[in-house]
Design a protein. Sequence first.
Length: 216
Amino acid sequence: MLTFEDDFYLNGYKNKKISFIAGSDEAGRGPLCGPVVAGAVILPSTYFNNDINDSKKLSAKKREQLYIEITSNAIAYGIGIVSPSKIDEINIYNASRLAMELALAKLNHQVDLILTDYMPLKFNDIPVIPLVKGDAKARCIAAASILAKVTRDKIMEEYNKKYPEYEFDKHKGYPTKRHLEILKEKGIIKGFYRESYGPIKELLGLDLPLFNKIEG
């Protein structure tokens, strides 16, 4: 059971009463394409679910089940999405932080403390604690990681419908051997791939074909 936040609910933080803790985490730093997505969640202080865990340790089916469970029980939740072009502009680290800030901004609820998966950030003068491996320590962070991962996977599945030959439903944009083979054969989809990433830079240097820019 992930219980890191319980002490804050019981004893406060820096002599202040804590009633609402938001957890935030992202999904999609490593892929070569698609957005980086962050989730932010405020769970009731008394809410427990032993199935909630780091999204990477859960099956896709389990994550989808928990997505429904989390969104049904959360006091508030938000999703932040940052595009590939923005990732190229500000780098993936800053884009991940921006996605978390966007997700937190969508909570529209009182927040007394923010816990993140090792991402320092400043948000509305609310204290922030970045935790190493936070998604394995705090249930609010783990819940946010599940929302982010499920949302991003659904985005990749939608692109798979449009470009089935890229097999996005299988690799979700990560640089697997098969994904790289497909890219060498077909080239990148302009506007969807992260051109600042090393493998994509290398492919662009080979003068491979490009699909038209994806709008939206």
